[in-house]
Design a protein around this ligand. Structure first.
Ligand code: MTE
Length: 326
């Protein structure tokens, strides 16, 4: 994404510059090949209900029936999903969040739901966990940097929570505010973003059944580095819309500012829908590298409009010029 350089300008390194994974991945691919992994890799993988890694507390869920909530694509290895992260509050390198996020205290934790709602409330995380049945949904996550993963999330539709607080007629947007605590988050010293990290959605996007409040992944509670104890997941948008470690959800009349839009207005728009036809000003968005497939013989994949969720979400943007509202 974006790193402030010494002269106070911005330097956007390519993902591979931030963390040189290729050497590590090539070695791993070779080791897997030697261990018979090449044959195993060809077997179909159950999209949902993947084995839980047994590292964290289990989080029971049923497979979601929502349209688009399951995929037959191969699920990304837990080790990749939990060790190749963007969570700038814990550092800029992909490995930093896994190394440093142990300082994040996820209990006690509350989430304020406020702004233009009839029933504003502050929910304790335990109450939020029980607000609706936990479901497992396996979504593609496409990062604006050009890589993607397939992750089985556990949570429920954000709409479940929004319906409980009853948005007022004047509410048109939803702002997500995440934790910014210097005592727990060493990355806040960097000033690379205007903390706290915030994100936003139009109310109809926020109410879409695929928009998820996630509490877990791979059948367990979220590892801290993936946004514990609660994060957003919006599968048809670039990964940076999926705010981690949320402390407030605010309904507003006006479009809220977002962390990346404030940092580089001409590079990151409010919508940030995955779109192969709208390049980032300094690199293409036409293809992506699927993490775990970038070994010896891997080819890049073609990026799909709305990250492949066009059937489910295309109508939200029916009359919009997607080049203008990027
Ligand atoms: N949320 C917060 N609070 N801070 C961040 O730096 N990074 C975003 C998003 N949510 C970020 C965040 C970006 S750029 C991406 S691609 C996804 O989280 C990455 O999620 P993952 O590490 O679970 O794959």
């Amino acid at each position: 994404m974006l790193i402030r350089s010494h002269d106070n300008g911005f330097h956007h390194p390519h993902a591979s510059e931030i963390t040189p994974r290729s050497a590590y991945l090539q070695r791993r691919a070779w080791l897997q090949y030697l261990a018979g992994g090449a044959a195993a890799a060809a077997l179909p993988v159950r999209a949902a209900g993947v084995e839980r890694p047994g590292k964290l507390q289990a989080l029971a869920a049923t497979a979601s029936q929502a349209a688009g909530a399951q995929t037959m694509e191969r699920v990304t290895a837990y080790a990749d999903a939990a060790q190749y992260n963007n969570f700038y509050e814990f550092g800029l390198d992909k490995g930093d969040p896994a190394k440093h996020a142990h300082t994040l205290k996820t209990r006690p934790w509350t989430v304020r739901v406020e702004g233009l709602v009839q029933q504003p409330q502050t929910l304790d995380i335990e109450a939020l966990l029980k607000l609706a049945p936990q479901e497992e949904r396996t979504y593609r996550l496409r990062c604006v940097e050009g890589w993607s993963m397939v992750i089985p999330w556990v949570g429920y539709s954000l709409a479940e929570l929004l319906r409980k607080v009853q948005p007022l007629g004047s509410a048109r947007y939803v702002e997500f505010v995440t934790l910014a605590d210097k005592a727990q988050m060493p990355g806040l010293r960097s000033g690379v973003l205007d903390w706290p990290y915030t994100e936003g959605l139009r109310l109809d996007e926020a109410m879409h059944p695929l928009t998820m409040l996630a509490f877990g992944m791979y059948g367990e509670v979220l590892p801290n580095q993936n946004g514990a104890p609660v994060r957003l997941v919006v599968p048809w948008k670039y990964g940076f819309k999926s705010a981690k470690s949320i402390v407030a959800i605010r309904l507003t009349e006006r479009e809220p500012g977002t962390a990346w839009n404030k940092a580089a207005r001409n590079e990151y728009g409010f919508y940030s829908n995955v779109n192969p036809d709208v390049p980032h000003p300094r690199w293409s968005q036409a293809t992506e590298r699927r993490i775990g497939e970038d070994g010896l013989f891997a080819k890049k994949r073609k990026t799909l409009l709305f990250n492949g969720y066009e059937a489910q979400v295309g109508q939200l943007y029916a009359s919009m010029d997607l080049k203008k509202f990027y």
